[in-house]
Design a protein around this ligand. Structure first.
Ligand SMILES: [Zn+2]
Length: 365
């Protein structure tokens, strides 16, 4: 899944050179795209990264339209929604702008739409690179040498052209949504961030990363609404996704960051399975991370446990653990929930050791 094709390797080399230029660029004074100072996380609302996810989403809609509508109508509907929403009070697209935008979506459809944002090396590298160049108003370096992102020329041209359309019609709305999301979660991060990060690190018997974790807030992310890529550890969260709002915002933030530190759990599960000659259960560690984050955030939000259990019949209502509310356990993880409540919860409550909890879960599989 991570094999590099030769064109990707070439692309990566260009990007490696460009990231040297980027680190020079990052020495500039604190930019407008970064929010802070907050503990644990560093939030960004970056122009190019948002454009990239917007194009990717539209290309996906075009190539895999919802079952009920044809490709053309899905794409047309999404363009209309995305770029000409009446609520934005922005001018409608001219014919020339629509052509530029359509060309960019076509490029994304042809090159990226069948690659996964989480698993494709070239998409991960591209996303990180666009994040690094968020303060540049170009990617070619034509005006400023430090703004040469080192992307293939055709992609640079596509992004710069579509960028002008996006900046004029949609970016103000997306940026506002991103800033609103950050403004809502910031007081919680300020109040609970450090404590939660220390607690999670101790639960997973890991070290929380010293540098603040970069979190890119984007109007759109991937199908899940948020994803995390490693080396470097970076989180991308959709500000518009209804699943990421209110209490779930803090939960999704720590769930995603946990992807960067929960490796000891994964290793312990693998070790126990090998000792018992059992098949390694797919996604048990991920269910465990979802469960743990949910439990922690729920407890943090209701420290005296005085709030009655949330009403799951109300969409998005109540402070329920994200995984349960979104039905993740019912989507293939349902065998894990009884194991987690029976063997992992006692560890969270301080009544069992980490090794015992993992061993008991695995032996009961
Ligand atoms: Zn996850």
């Amino acid at each position: 899944m991570r094999a590099l094709r030769s064109n990707v390797r070439h692309f990566s080399l260009l990007l490696a050179i460009a990231s040297l230029l980027a680190s020079a660029a990052s020495a500039r004074p604190q930019s407008d795209s970064i929010f802070g100072p907050l503990p644990v996380f560093e939030f960004h609302s970056g122009f190019w990264l948002n454009l990239h996810h917007t194009l990717y989403r539209e290309a996906k809609l075009r190539t895999n339209p919802p079952a009920s509508s044809s490709a053309d109508s899905a794409a047309a509907k999404s363009s209309a929604e995305l770029l000409q929403s009446p609520s934005t009070a922005l001018p409608p697209l001219t014919t020339a702008e629509l052509r530029i935008w359509t060309d960019a979506v076509n490029y994304y459809a042809a090159h990226f739409a069948d690659h996964d944002l989480l698993f494709s090396n070239d998409l991960i590298i591209l996303k990180d690179q666009l994040g690094d160049f968020e303060d540049c108003d170009e990617l070619s370096g034509a005006k400023r040498k430090s703004c040469d992102a080192g992307l293939p020329p055709q992609l640079t041209h596509i992004l710069e052209s579509a960028g002008a359309v996006y900046r004029a019609h949609t970016w103000p709305v997306h940026d506002r949504a991103n800033r609103r999301w950050i403004a809502r979660v910031a007081p919680l991060v300020r109040e609970q961030g450090l404590g939660l990060s220390e607690r999670l690190a101790s639960i997973y018997q890991a070290k929380w990363p010293k540098p603040k974790i970069r979190v890119d807030i984007s109007a759109y992310a991937n199908w899940a609404g948020a994803y995390t890529t490693l080396d470097p550890l970076r989180v991308t969260i959709s500000s518009l996704d209804p699943r990421n709002q209110d209490t779930a915002a803090l939960e999704v933030l720590f769930h995603e960051a946990s992807h960067g530190i929960a490796e000891p759990v994964e290793q312990a599960i693998v070790r126990e399975c090998r000792q018992r000659d059992k098949a390694i259960p797919r996604d048990l560690w991920h269910a465990l991370v979802s469960y743990t984050t949910g439990e922690l955030i729920y407890t943090a939000m209701t420290p005296d446990n005085s709030i009655s259990p949330p009403d799951n019949s109300v969409p998005g209502g109540g402070a329920s653990p994200y995984a349960i509310r979104e039905g993740l356990y019912a989507r293939g993880w349902d065998d894990y929930l009884p194991l987690l409540t029976r063997f992992w919860q006692p560890y969270l409550d301080g009544h069992a050791s980490f090794d015992d909890a993992i061993a008991r879960m695995v032996s009961s599989l």
